[in-house]
Design a protein around this ligand. Structure first.
Ligand SMILES: [Zn+2]
Length: 258
């Protein structure tokens, strides 16, 4: 199956926070965990990249799992990407646990609050051109439309390995606990779309830690798929370097304190 998407989100805020860059160099906030300096950016639809991706819709579990890449690891039925839990420092800081906001008044006198990640668990990569709109956890604005406030989760996306992605409720509408999921956030159980049961990924409700999204694929993903996905995050190199420098500084500080 070939998916073509504009990548433009259905829901977005007017303003966001993004790591300080050459284009937006004024720091207005610092994230709580990775201590990344953030600047204010306006949402700009024309910066968001469209994409076309080939997905295997007859997936099978592989003998071993594959760690999820940075960049897109799947796509929502609304067209946005899903990323793994981490922003740039793979495996270290879950993005949803590193959220921060900044309140300000526009030149027109309107009170605004900009977040790093919005209430739908989404934002874009960086502030510059060619960015990818993506989720780091359950796309709550999408699931509230499709599942209502308490209904069972329906199919909301597909991972790069072809397995379907669901929100955080089982077929009876009960919240699925992280402890019910495997290391890749997978579970085999009935869903409204597959009543006799299917292996699928779950984006659990209210989870901001390391299982907010998929840490691995249970099925096969080709190297070319991974390389293609990772290309979308080249703009994050600078952020990655800053996060590593920040971690080095914290380690040095701890050594001094010891
Ligand atoms: Zn992100």
């Amino acid at each position: 199956m070939t998916l073509t998407t504009s990548g433009v989100p259905t829901y977005h805020n007017d303003y966001y926070l993004a790591p300080v860059s050459a284009q937006a160099s004024t720091s207005v906030a610092v994230t709580p965990v990775s201590h990344t300096e953030m600047s204010l950016i306006a949402y700009t639809a024309s910066n968001i990249s469209p994409t076309t991706v080939a997905l295997n819709v007859c997936p099978a579990k592989a003998a071993t799992t594959t760690t999820t890449n940075m960049g897109p690891i799947g796509y929502m039925i609304s067209g946005e990407a899903i990323f793994n839990p981490y922003e740039a420092d793979a495996g270290a800081t879950p993005a949803l646990s590193d959220n921060v906001s900044y309140s300000f008044t526009t030149s027109a006198g309107v009170a605004e609050t900009a977040w790093f990640i919005d209430s739908c668990n989404s934002h874009s990569t960086g502030g510059g051109g060619g960015s990818t709109w993506h989720y780091h956890g359950v796309p709550s604005c999408l699931t509230s439309q499709i599942d209502g406030n308490s209904g069972p989760s329906h199919l909301i996306g597909i991972a790069l390995d072809g397995f379907p992605i669901y929100g955080g409720r089982d077929i009876n509408g009960n919240t699925i606990a992280v402890s019910q999921l495997d290391a890749c956030n997978g579970i085999t159980s009935p869903t409204p779309d597959f009543p006799s049961g299917i292996y699928h990924y779950v984006l659990p409700i209210g989870v901001t830690g390391k299982q907010s999204s998929l840490n691995c694929y249970s099925g096969s993903v080709s190297q070319s798929q991974l390389a293609r996905a990772t290309r979308y995050i080249c703009g994050l190199d600078a952020l990655n370097k800053r996060l590593q420098a920040s971690a080095r500084a914290r380690r040095a500080k701890r050594r001094l304190a010891a």
